[in-house]
Design a protein around this ligand. Structure first.
Ligand code: HEC
Length: 446
């Protein structure tokens, strides 16, 4: 076979010399694309074009390789850095290995050869984003059209009609119109408050959270292409009987009538109390500066101030939170970061007062060094529950958020543009688009 290829290269002199050992689509590249790209780049998927075969992928070979090398594709925020090496890998990690990246590059450089379809490598199963065994799928009654072109945050009230106390073991969001649904948060509404908040179109305006006075426990956070949330085996999140759900949807409209969207939530639940309860906890600076904000950069007095001055390119806010003695232990099975548009990097660490076993004294839970508001999500550790990081009373949780409040920051440009503004202003703590937060999202088992 190799000899034949060499011979034919010699006799057909007009054609460019084929690179003999170059990877081919059928032998090498199709399985990589199937595994790492087709959760989004499929018909009806969230990506704007399909990568469903050689004819679709070959003309794009160079840009596919470049996007993968740049780390922009597949979208994934949690990285190991000099400052942060989480002890475990993450579940559903769709990043490519270095060897896979090199194959993609070599394939592109060789002119994207197709190879022999008769000898094609076996394809891995296509990624499944639906929640298997969902007990209920619920969606708003009316489709919503996000008019115009500015980003919008709408809350929807939906009724899963569950008449008993249950524990949620799985949750997934199914975007109705993947072209406009940017990301979604799901909250519990046990007091059924949201029913009174919605207008005639079945929605209400909300940015930072659920807009509920009772707060509303967070049940899930979804970004395009996200795999279903599954609570660790033997755990579940409590949802009291007759609760409504609030879906906060971030729309990024494209200015077309076809923007109409009906996004659904899938839940899997059990009425039998699990061995341990799971909760999603938010900790850090959200609407009011919790104790623990460090004094530092650009504070105007002796007191710690959450303020990112206009024009500050490398501003840091850090928060220190000592877990009260007697609290916990909490097993952290998932960690995520949350800022708005000014953020560029967020790091979450824990200092263990008394490290146990081979636990490091300072442990990094997650870092998102190329923060992108549009791709925010939480990351579950790829480790059994009895091995994941544990936080105990006396430990210190540390959050560090870095911001760039200049026009060099694409997030700032987008947020100002949406608000019809052109120059950065001082940014304070708050829930609006042009406010900021420094918030950790934790999946915790009590
Ligand atoms: C989680 C969903 C998702 C996955 C997985 C994904 N993409 Fe994308 N991709 C998108 C979306 C959405 C866009 C449109 C641009 C944007 O929103 O960033 C895009 C745009 C692109 C672009 C054009 C813009 C750019 O960044 O250069 C390329 C090239 C690309 N993807 C390649 C890939 C490849 C190669 C893979 C697999 C290795 C992959 N993508 C996996 C969602 C995804």
């Amino acid at each position: 076979m190799l000899l034949f290829a060499l011979l034919s290269a010699c006799v057909t002199e007009e054609k460019p010399t084929p690179v003999v050992d170059a990877p081919t689509w059928h032998a090498d590249i199709a399985p990589i694309v199937q595994e790492h790209c087709t959760s989004c780049h499929v018909a009806g998927g969230v990506a704007p074009f399909e990568l469903d075969g050689y004819d679709a992928a070959a003309p794009l070979a160079a840009s596919l390789a470049a996007a993968v090398e740049a780390g922009t594709m597949p979208p994934w925020g949690a990285e190991s850095t000099d400052e942060c090496q989480p002890r475990f890998g993450f579940a559903d990690d769709i990043r490519l290995s270095d060897a896979e990246k090199e194959l993609l590059r070599a394939w592109a450089d060789a002119g994207a050869p197709e190879g022999d379809s008769a000898a094609a490598a076996e394809l891995p199963a296509a990624p499944v984003l639906d929640l298997v065994d969902a007990d209920v799928q619920v969606a708003p009654l009316l489709p919503y059209v996000a008019a115009g072109e500015a980003d919008q945050f709408r809350c929807f009230s939906v009724d899963p009609e569950i008449a008993e106390d249950v524990w949620i073991t799985g949750l997934q969001v199914v975007p109705g119109n993947p072209q406009v649904v940017h990301h979604v948060l799901v909250f519990a509404d046990p007091e059924r408050e949201s029913a009174a908040l919605v207008g005639a179109d079945g929605t209400y305006d909300c940015f930072g959270g659920s807009g509920l006075s009772s707060g509303g426990a967070l049940l899930g956070a979804w970004a395009p292409g996200a795999f279903p949330f599954e609570s660790p085996p033997g755990t579940g999140m409590a949802l009291s009987a007759n609760s409504l759900l609030v879906m906060q949807i971030h729309y990024h409209p494209i200015g077309q009538v076809s923007d109409a969207d009906t996004t659904a939530v899938q839940l899997r639940y059990t009425a039998e109390a699990p061995a341990r309860e799971a909760v999603l906890a938010l900790l850090g600076n959200a609407s009011s500066a919790a104790d623990g904000l460090d004094t530092g950069m650009n504070d105007r007095g002796a007191r710690a101030e959450f303020r990112i001055p206009a024009g500050a390119a490398d501003h840091v806010e850090s928060i220190r939170y000592v877990i009260p003695e007697g609290d916990g232990p909490y097993s952290i099975f998932m960690a995520g970061t949350h800022m708005h548009y000014v953020g560029t990097d967020m790091l979450i660490q824990v200092d263990h007062a008394v490290p146990v076993g081979d636990e490091p004294a300072t442990e990094c839970l997650v870092q998102t060094p190329r923060w992108d508001f549009n791709w925010q999500r939480a990351y579950s550790y790829d480790a059994p529950l009895d091995q994941v990081p544990v936080i105990r009373g006396g430990d210190t949780l540390r959050l560090r958020c870095t911001y760039d409040n200049t026009l060099d920051n694409a997030g700032v440009r987008q947020a100002l543009d949406d608000a019809g503004l052109s120059e950065p202003a001082d940014v304070y703590l708050g829930e609006e688009t042009l406010d900021e937060m420094c918030l950790g999202v934790f999946g915790i088992v009590l």
